[in-house]
Design a protein around this ligand. Structure first.
Ligand code: GDP
Length: 151
């Protein structure tokens, strides 16, 4: 397993529902480290560019409206197999299909208002991390850092 970085966003509904602590605890207790963090309000141009791959989809305008409806917490997660591990912790896009115990099964309202974003592959992770962060804003965990559960 390779150490990877992935982009996580706690979306406006997750921030509004006071879920930052719950979500970050899930990441850390699964072995992921939060190595960059930024709270911000996306404007329409940023949300449009971030979700450019979806611009032909019927839900694109609604998605941009949702993602600009309040502050988000944008973070870089690092760990073994971080991209797939974060997707497992999040659960399926549609909460009706999300495995029990995942963030989306526990907290998402709908296929749109689904609390979290996570990069889906190595190339998108690289693009998405660079979309929000300069390298000097990212702080890799020291090699000797222990998992939360091991302490
Ligand atoms: P993800 O990688 O699991 O986030 O899913 P996608 O990349 O397919 O979609 C991006 C985001 O668009 C999702 O997380 C949802 O917020 C939203 N979305 C996806 N599918 C739908 C849909 O069918 N309807 C609506 N309204 N929103 C959707």
């Amino acid at each position: 397993m390779a150490v990877e970085r992935t982009l996580s966003i706690i979306k406006p509904d997750g921030v509004a529902k006071n879920l930052i602590g719950d979500i970050n605890r899930r990441f850390e207790s699964s072995g992921l480290s939060i190595i960059a963090t930024r709270m911000m309000q996306l404007d329409a141009r940023e949300a449009e560019r971030f979700y450019e791959v979806h611009k032909e989809r019927p839900f694109y305008r609604d998605l941009v409206r949702y993602m600009t409806s309040g502050p988000v917490l944008v973070q870089v997660l690092e760990g073994d197999d971080a991209i797939a591990l974060n997707r497992d912790i999040m659960g399926a896009t549609n909460p009706a299909d999300a495995a029990p115990g995942t963030i989306r099964a526990d907290h998402a309202e709908s296929i749109e208002q689904n609390v979290v974003h996570g990069s889906d592959a190595a190339d998108t992770a690289r693009r998405e991390v660079a979309f929000f962060f300069d390298e000097k804003q990212i702080f890799s965990r020291p090699a000797q850092a222990t998992r939360h559960d091991d302490r």
